[in-house]
Design a protein around this ligand. Structure first.
Ligand code: FAD
Ligand code: PYC
Length: 417
């Protein structure tokens, strides 16, 4: 990329309508064959392709995206990043991801605006308090930062939070992960795309996978809206559509797909400099760099592939937000949207081999995969390149649903399921 592209003078020229933007990644025609095809151009698919090229030296890779990159959940989430998970297996995986996030802007030479402003999980009952105490201890035993805050400490950190005795949801304390925070979701997709492209990966948008060619139990090609593409290995990384792709390949997944909604307010002056989550009342809130309050809800209870959701869920979320932050009652909301999240029975992802040889799956991240983006790509690239699970991903194979070795992270998901 020419240096001039980013110079102040050039940016001003472009802002005035002069000059041209050069592409941040190529727009290649699909080749007839690749060593590896990754289905899905969200953060996880792009991270997989990036680490395949960077770490494993496999650049004959295509990422096939049916829409535009980052147009799925990657561009629809509330951007919360943290690694405060209960079980050792999850803690190790999400912490790997958080560590990769800590170096990602530098690694990609692209500012993903990772802001480690801390993530608070509120306790509203004695039960919540006991759970937070257990969780905080378990997380610390895994060498991950986690603190318990009293009501007064929470109030000192978030003065606009209603912690009064007459609050509908009294705040009895909170857990805090100071290294948690938020990042710019589009930038994560764009930075990964540019870095993967630079290393030779073909990113092909408007290319929907519609079927698989499977010979002798092994995948040989994908069928797409732009013609067949042969591949030695294929990775499915399509979030809410995981079961759809699995069905095309002839196997079933223990996944349900649900809408998950979020909304943003009009921009206001800085008022909230941390992330506040409340699993019990179904809301989580942070303030974006543009000043908007970004809020999300619990999942819609019904299964669906429509990326919107029910108004009643957003209404409940808004009511909870105003209960916690009475000062927000005069805020005007600007936009609402939904994404389709793929939820596993144990609220943990599926990463690994499938019953079809050469076909791998990375999905089931449900409501919580943005935080996992680089870590997920790291371990999935290993799985595909080495044809064996990365040690961090080994517990997350499909086989756990047969063995019963589930990793129940409903509590850590912190989003009502
Ligand atoms: P996606 O970004 O959805 O990428 C999958 C891609 O596959 C899509 O672009 C899709 O178009 C493509 N695709 C599907 N079918 C095909 C096909 N047949 N052919 C080709 N391409 C196909 N997680 C957090 O950690 N923190 C949060 O704060 C958070 N908030 C959330 C809030 C909301 C409202 C939502 C919806 C999700 C939230 N999540 C959060 C979850 C997180 O967004 C996802 O787990 C994560 O982004 C999944 O990334 P992905 O790359 O797997 O999926
Ligand atoms: O996993 O932290 C999370 C999250 C926040 C909002 C949705 N998911």
């Amino acid at each position: 990329m020419a240096r001039d592209h980013y110079s102040i003078a050039n940016l001003i020229r472009k802002a005035r309508g002069g000059g041209t933007w050069s592409r941040a990644w190529r727009d290649p025609e699909p080749k007839s064959a690749y060593d590896i095809v990754i289905i899905g151009g969200g953060g996880h698919g792009l991270a997989t392709a990036y680490y395949l090229a960077k770490v494993h030296g496999t650049a004959n890779v295509a990422v096939l995206e049916k829409g535009w990159i980052g147009g799925g959940n990657t561009g629809r989430n509330t951007t919360i990043i943290r690694s405060n998970y209960l079980w050792d297996e999850s803690a190790a995986l999400y912490e790997k991801s958080l560590k990769l996030y800590e170096g990602l802007s530098r690694d990609l030479n692209f500012n993903i605006m990772f802001s480690q402003r801390g993530v608070l999980n509120l306790a509203h009952s004695e039960g919540d308090l006991r759970e937070i105490a257990r969780r905080t201890a378990a997380i610390r035993l895994n060498g991950i930062d986690s603190e318990f805050l009293t009501t007064a400490e929470v109030k000192a950190m978030v003065p606009i939070l209603n912690v009064g005795a007459n609050a509908r949801y009294p705040v009895l304390g909170a857990s805090l992960q100071r290294r948690g925070g938020v990042a710019r979701h589009d930038a994560v997709a764009w930075g990964l795309a540019r870095a993967a492209d630079t290393r030779g990966v073909d990113i092909i948008q408007n290319c929907e996978v519609t079927g698989f060619d499977i010979k002798g139990g092994r995948v040989t090609a994908v069928r797409t809206s732009r013609g067949p593409i042969a591949a030695k290995k294929v990775g499915i990384v399509v979030a809410g559509h995981s079961s759809v792709l699995a069905e095309m390949a002839g196997f079933r997944l223990p996944i349900e797909s649900h809408p998950l909604q979020a909304a943003v307010s009009e921009p206001i002056k800085p008022i909230l400099d941390t992330v506040v989550m409340s699993g019990a009342v179904h809301v989580y809130i942070s303030q974006s760099d543009r000043g908007e309050l970004v809020m999300g809800a619990g999942i819609d209870a019904y299964t669906s592939y429509a990326q919107r959701g029910s108004p009643s869920v957003i209404e409940t979320m808004m009511a909870s937000a105003v209960d916690l932050f009475p000062i927000f009652s005069r805020l005007r909301m600007m936009r609402q949207w939904g994404g389709i999240v793929d939820v596993c029975p144990d609220a943990s992802p599926i990463i690994g081999a499938t019953p079809v040889e050469g076909l791998y799956i990375n999905g089931g991240w449900g409501t919580g995969g943005f935080k996992a983006t680089p870590g997920s790509g790291w371990v999935f690239a290993h799985q595909i390149a080495q044809e064996k699970p990365h040690p961090l991903a080994a517990p997350f194979g499909l086989d756990r649903f047969a063995s019963g070795a589930l990793i129940d992270e409903h509590g850590a998901a912190a989003v009502a399921h």
